[in-house]
Design a protein around this ligand. Sequence first.
Ligand code: GLP
Length: 241
Amino acid sequence: MKIFIAKDYNEMSRKAANIIAAQVIVKPDCVLGLATGSTPIGAYEELVKRYQAGDLDFSEVTSVNLDEYKGLPKENDQSYDYFMREHLFQHINMKASYLPDGMKEDAEEECRRYEELIQSLGGVDLQLLGLGHNGHIGFNEPAEIFEKETHCVDLQPSTIEANKRFFASADEVPKKAYTMGIQTIMRAKKILVVVSGADKADIVRDAFFGPVTPHVPASILQMHSDVTLIGDEAAMAKIPR
Ligand code: GLP
């Protein structure tokens, strides 16, 4: 695992954007796996700036997102589809972008469709990940086993609590979500994890330096051969030096 400790959120974002930009430059028709959450927003802003400056071209790039709430239409400003359009897609010339469809009633069929779509694109070249406070990646919540493929999850109370700041109340946070599975994520050729803030310091230590266990889903990333972890000093404060 490659580890970069950035001095602050801005430096973390620029470094993450450098890696994503490098991927797009060396393989212009790559498949990017993208993430939501507050952590990657700065990296997306950087990519938009570079596109606007004429330094990056996404015209052959396809993206697949990690997850989407079940039951939220794309027009809802809390859907991940909306988030991605607002922070990235509407500002750049991406060839095509996909997310799970939160409005599909038949969860099994939607999971199968999304998994097949990712495989049909030839898999993910570079997967960007944030890290949940409980160690979740995408919406793979702590569990007794690692769920392999795209599936529909019941969100944990702690995740609903963490995400309620974006909704009028905790009652309005969807209780289920579609997410790429652990195997789907682990099949990506390269993985880039971004973490920021002191509130992530414990989980960064546990996930990347503790035992590999489905109780900390991100810990499986220790088994991937090409992971880059970029964190600001606050998030990296508890890693062994
Ligand atoms: C959300 C997303 C994850 C994200 C995580 C951390 O629940 N499903 O993909 O990585 O929370 O979010 P943040 O970056 O805001 O801390």
